[in-house]
Design a binder for this molecule. Structure first.
Ligand code: DON
Length: 565
């Protein structure tokens, strides 16, 4: 009798579960020919239109980047920089570094007072906060090397959006309101992003005429318009008139770089990510190497055991980041050691299975996370199987707050990513040392982690995120959510997160990431925990080669959109 009842129960579960959604998030978006996932619906649509017209993933990446500079000016940019990992359908994989550089007139102690103390905000807001922008050069470089379409065709949708305007979304309207005092501080942005004394409401149309002109110049004259022509002149003028130091010479000397991605393996998957001057790839692979020695899948999603092992790996990788990483053209980095399985094994041996290792015992330092941040990431795969993973930024929301008059775009505040003074924290609470000190022409250390994962030599995942210091641990979690916890790509980007960056010695966690008993277990192991908002919106694609399906997951934390066809 019991057996019959059990049989009927199982049968009814099987019958009634048919067609019922069993995911923890909405379903991923499906595409067979192409997928674009970005933080903005208009930008994603522009990308997919380029793919439909026969452009490849790199063409679409250029169009999406320029579109984001218009519809998402808080992070999308031409006055900032970024990193792009490109995997071509033939398996060739490369990294484009278009990170900003320190201007020629910058110097090691430029943000210190006469007593050697860091002057608050000097590296964050205003005319001295910017590095020499790399985005326009980086996008042209990517297009010339790997694209198929004309720059002017790819910028055209962005020009139209700037000239004719676009409807302000709910989230963007909130951002414009929240940042109104920054817009007024440097006056020029207020004329564009505020409606006199009022704010842009959702559905209002925002027009950016000067930006349209700037984009048209780039479309017509290519990157020279920005680095040698009219736009360079406007940047220099704005800087010279207001105590800034970026000159036309700095702009003319800017060069993007082709770099070899860092490569690692994790339980049969191969990970390709951004090499220095980003710390992202090295730290990600170092953490994965340490975690390969545990059965994270078995210990379960966000269990105290899983969090313990992940956090211990994070602390060790972030401590190494602080000590060793910087611009590889200026400092020598022990990349081979940091990426090796042997080194990871040594680090794993230093992890106690039952207790936390205090950060003090790993290395000295002290810091806090204290600022809302922003950057943006998008992922693209085309029908041939070319893939682009791109993270781009002005650093914090609207960068330095300085808008180039007559040109309509914001300058970055990336100089804050340098170590203003060894051991003193940047806006993400990260501390670094000598390797990341300011030097003219040098690229500031980044956390941006655009990543591509392959399985058996075939494209498997494209992922990345904004989030300052939390970028690297977010990409780690997205990857482990899929590989270890068997989540679909939407669940993987949406799942609640936690983060440890070595200093301060606390586990930051997102609402719902840690349940009461897990928290109690972790406290017994010696951990401090701190609630933290504002994790980045990760945007990722998972490739099912067998069934030829692309799954797109746009993070539910913001207004992102996956578009497939
Ligand atoms: O390059 C970096 O690591 C930082 N400038 C990124 C800033 C960032 O992600 C802010 N975003 N939420």
């Amino acid at each position: 009798m019991k057996k019959i009842l059990l049989f009927l129960l199982v049968l009814s579960i099987l019958i009634f579960s048919e067609g019922v959604i069993i995911n923890a998030s909405r379903e991923p978006v499906i595409g067979r020919n192409g997928m674009v996932v970005s933080t903005n619906e208009i930008a994603s649509r522009i990308g997919i239109e380029i793919l439909k017209k026969g452009g490849n993933a790199i063409d679409a990446a250029v169009a999406v980047s320029y579109a984001l500079a218009v519809v998402y000016p808080q992070a999308g940019n031409i006055g900032g920089g970024g990193f792009m990992i490109i995997r071509l359908a033939d398996g060739n994989i490369t990294a484009i570094d278009y990170r900003e550089t320190a201007p020629e007139k910058s110097s090691r102690n430029m943000y210190l007072d006469s007593n050697g103390n860091v002057i608050k905000e000097k590296s964050v807001r205003g005319y001295l906060a910017s590095g020499v922008p790399g985005t326009v050069a980086g996008l042209s470089f990517a297009l010339e090397k790997f694209g198929t379409m004309k720059l002017r065709t790819l910028i055209k949708p962005a020009i139209e959006l700037a000239k004719n305007g676009f409807p302000v979304s709910q989230g963007f309207s909130r951002v414009l309101k929240n940042y109104s005092s920054l817009f007024k501080r440097f006056s020029a942005p207020a004329k564009i992003f505020l409606k006199g004394k009022n704010f842009y409401k959702p559905g209002d149309i925002l027009i950016q005429k000067d930006l349209a002109k700037t984009l048209r110049l780039i479309a017509e004259q290519g990157k020279d318009a920005f680095y040698r022509g009219k736009i360079a002149k406007l940047i220099e003028k704005e800087m010279l008139e207001n105590g800034g130091i970026i000159t036309r010479n700095d702009l003319a000397n800017y060069n993007p770089k082709l770099r070899e991605p860092v490569k690692g393996t994790y339980k049969g998957y191969t990970i390709y990510s951004m090499p220095p001057p980003s710390s992202g790839g090295i730290a990600l692979i170092e953490m994965l190497n340490i975690l390969e020695g545990y059965n994270i899948g078995k210990s379960g999603f966000n269990s105290s055991k899983t969090i313990h092992f992940m956090v211990e790996a994070e602390k060790r990788a972030y401590a190494d980041r602080a000590q060793y990483l910087g611009d590889p053209d200026f400092v020598s980095i022990p990349v081979k050691t940091l990426l090796s399985k042997k080194y990871a094994e040594k680090l794993r041996k230093s992890i106690n299975r039952n207790y936390t290792t205090p950060s003090e015992k790993i290395k000295p330092g002290n810091s806090i996370i204290n600022e809302r941040q922003h950057t943006t990431h998008f992922s693209i795969v085309d029908k041939e199987g070319n893939a682009v993973s791109c993270t781009t930024t002005l650093n914090s929301y609207f960068g330095s707050g300085v808008l180039i008059k007559g040109a309509g775009f914001f300058m970055n505040n990336e100089m804050d990513d340098f170590s203003s003074k060894p051991g003193s924290p940047n806006i993400y609470g990260l501390v670094e040392g000598e390797a990341n000190a300011i030097e003219p022409g040098k690229r500031m250390l980044s956390c941006m982690t655009p990543t591509i994962v392959t399985k058996n030599g075939k494209l498997y995942m494209v992922a990345g995120t904004p989030g300052g210091a939390t970028i690297i641990t977010t990409v780690l979690q997205v990857i482990l959510n899929v590989i270890e916890h068997k989540m679909d790509i939407q669940e993987a980007v949406d799942a609640p997160r936690f983060h440890h960056q070595w200093k301060p010695d606390t586990i930051y966690y997102e609402k719902f990431a840690i349940s009461k008993d897990v928290r109690e277990n972790l406290e017994k192991m010696g951990y401090n925990l701190t609630l933290k908002r504002d994790y980045g919106d990760a945007h990722a694609i998972l490739v099912d080669r067998k069934n030829n399906i692309l799954y797109g997951g746009a993070d539910s934390r913001q207004e992102g959109k996956a578009e497939g066809y």
